[in-house]
Design a protein around this ligand. Structure first.
Ligand code: FAD
Ligand code: SF4
Length: 510
């Protein structure tokens, strides 16, 4: 019996039970394909990161005596198409059984399940053995419920896995320290240097050029900074626990022109490729906390744990509960075209310039930059969610549809009408001023609404509320904002509308 086992680019889990023994009847296959490089324009660091991590993983499997067929991007045998490559290997090696791990993306899941219906050999699907939850767990958890609150799911996860729990009560007395996770960073504590690796990826960069793959953003090909194997992923985790966890919660939402990563872990790429698992991250964070509880406050730890067992698992469950129709939702009927400065950073708005610059240079922006700068701006200017999705899916090294889509279309753009976020995440310039130093050196004035130099976020914010009244004014959490809007005079509103429409119609001037 000859078994072919497929490993997708984000299935680099070396602790998977598949690898516990070497079986000479089993062959693994991995492909670098145009099918995957071209479905959206990706950041160069994303393509390189995936290929570098896949190549390293394949080598490690071979070193452990597993048989591996690896097709590089320019390999003449590579059809560039997943199912064609599989069929070619079936034929060449007279494969009798095909096995694969559950893809996390709807697109690939469908492609493989359709393929398995057509082939005349047996096939079997395995778990990736990565997440805390199974794909359908969230649908079961929320079955019969009208609201799908992350907080309810998160508490259930804490109880189920006994994480930060004492006698079935939350450790420290409260479930959520979100309120203490909102400090502005004023250079009062030093941010340790970001943990970077110096992976030489110049060979792969050359191959990408030869293949003529269209990418965005920049790369330092001698010093590729993200982890590309398991030991680097563990190093990244250890660095976070040793140097960054202590202030993670405090400055989780802060933004500053002097720093890209602040106290963020930079673990999303390693985790989303499954080089490292959420469970081992949580265990290490808890261990660090237990050993250093005199220095590390529970609010720092809870803030981090919530992101992983809460938001990350929740987003995956919501994706599988709501796909495929989720991908086309546009509750607010937004239609504006994405401005060019999302691809260049060429804007006078200092906050947007910084968030886009980080994204182009590092394939990274932290959560609040994604949500409250670029996401906020896109929502206020009413950009079509398809364009926003394509940008977010392409630009970040950690962007895979199962996590990008619910974050973008749901949490950030409210295009699902409130399935994920209970109200739209929008703000005027004052929030950005409160959480960052961006406004200090901006061409615009965050205090002004309609003057020539007024911060664009201000008129856009009130104009958005006004234009989306029909969809949003009955939302209980929007009541206060609408009562403020209702107090404005007709002439104030007219001036705001005029300013906002000028911005929306001339985005690239701003
Ligand atoms: P940290 O701040 O150190 O957080 C630790 C971990 O928590 C992250 O690595 C991540 O795995 C998890 N996490 C935190 N917030 C979320 C969240 N909202 N959803 C899921 N996991 C979360 N994350 C992705 O992994 N891929 C994406 O494509 C992606 N797109 C996003 C798009 C938008 C519009 C927004 C608002 C958020 C998006 N996120 C995405 C979530 C979050 O911004 C990133 O996970 C985080 O910035 C990665 O950096 P980090 O590892 O330093 O995170
Ligand atoms: Fe951004 Fe407005 Fe502040 Fe400028 S003034 S940085 S545009 S929030």
């Amino acid at each position: 019996m000859k078994i072919l086992r497929l490993l997708l680019g984000d299935q680099l889990n070396s602790n998977h039970s598949w690898f516990t023994k070497v079986d000479e009847n089993v062959m693994y296959c991995m492909f670098e394909m145009r099918q995957e490089t071209d479905y959206v324009t990706h950041h160069i660091q994303k393509v390189i990161g995936f290929f570098a991590a896949m190549r390293t993983f394949a080598k490690e499997l071979e070193k452990a005596n597993h048989k591996v067929i690896y097709l590089k991007i320019n390999d003449p045998k590579n059809s560039q198409h997943l199912t064609q490559n599989l069929q070619n290997i079936f034929d060449e090696f007279q494969i009798e059984n095909f096995e694969y791990q559950e893809p996390d993306e709807f697109r690939l899941d469908k492609q493989l399940s359709d393929f398995c219906k057509e082939i005349n050999i047996k096939s079997k699907v395995f778990s990736t053995e990565h997440f805390y939850t199974e794909k359908q767990d969230l649908a079961t958890f929320f079955s019969g419920k009208k609201q799908f609150l992350m907080e309810n799911f998160y508490r259930e996860m804490r109880k189920k896995h006994q994480i930060l729990m004492v006698n079935n009560q939350p450790e420290g007395g409260i479930w959520n320290y979100d309120k203490s996770n909102r400090k502005k960073w004023n250079q009062e504590v030093l941010i340790p240097p970001a943990k970077n690796f110096d992976n030489d990826v110049s060979t792969i960069v050359q191959e990408i050029k030869i293949a003529n793959i269209k990418t965005i953003g920049n790369i330092n090909e001698r010093y590729f900074e993200y982890p590309i194997n398991r030991s680097q992923s563990l190093e990244q985790l250890n660095y976070f626990c040793e140097h960054l966890l202590i202030h993670f919660g405090d400055y989780q939402d802060a933004m500053h022109t002097d720093t890209v990563f602040l106290f963020h872990s930079k673990l999303s790429f390693a985790m989303n490729t499954k080089m490292i698992s959420p469970k081992e991250i949580i265990e290490k964070v808890l261990q660090t906390y237990r050993e250093n509880s005199a220095e590390i406050d529970i609010s720092q730890v809870e803030g981090f744990i919530r992101q992983i067992i809460g938001w990350r698992e929740y987003m995956r469950g919501m994706y599988w509960m709501l796909m495929p129709s989720y991908k086309t939702e546009n509750f607010l009927d937004n239609k504006t075209k994405l401005p060019d400065f999302f691809w260049t950073g060429n804007t006078k708005m200092n906050c947007v310039k910084n968030a886009v610059k980080n994204s182009l240079e590092n394939g990274y922006a932290h959560h609040i930059q994604r949500l409250m700068i670029t996401g906020n701006f896109a929502l206020l200017t009413q950009i079509h969610p398809d364009e926003i999705d394509a940008w977010y899916l392409g630009i970040y090294v950690d962007a895979i549809e199962w996590v990008q889509l619910p974050n973008t279309r749901g949490m950030s753009q409210f295009a699902d009408g409130g399935k994920i976020a209970t109200k739209p995440y929008i703000s005027s310039g004052s929030y950005i001023q409160k959480m960052s130093n961006y406004c200090n050196s901006c061409s615009y004035n965050y205090k002004e609404k309609t003057t020539k130099n007024a911060c664009p976020f201000n008129s856009l914010y009130w104009n958005f509320l006004d234009e989306k009244k029909a969809q949003l004014s009955s939302n209980f959490r929007m009541k206060m904002m609408y009562s403020l809007l209702n107090k404005m005079t007709a002439s104030e509103i007219a001036a705001i509308q005029e300013k906002a429409h000028h911005i929306i119609n001339n985005l690239d001037e701003y």
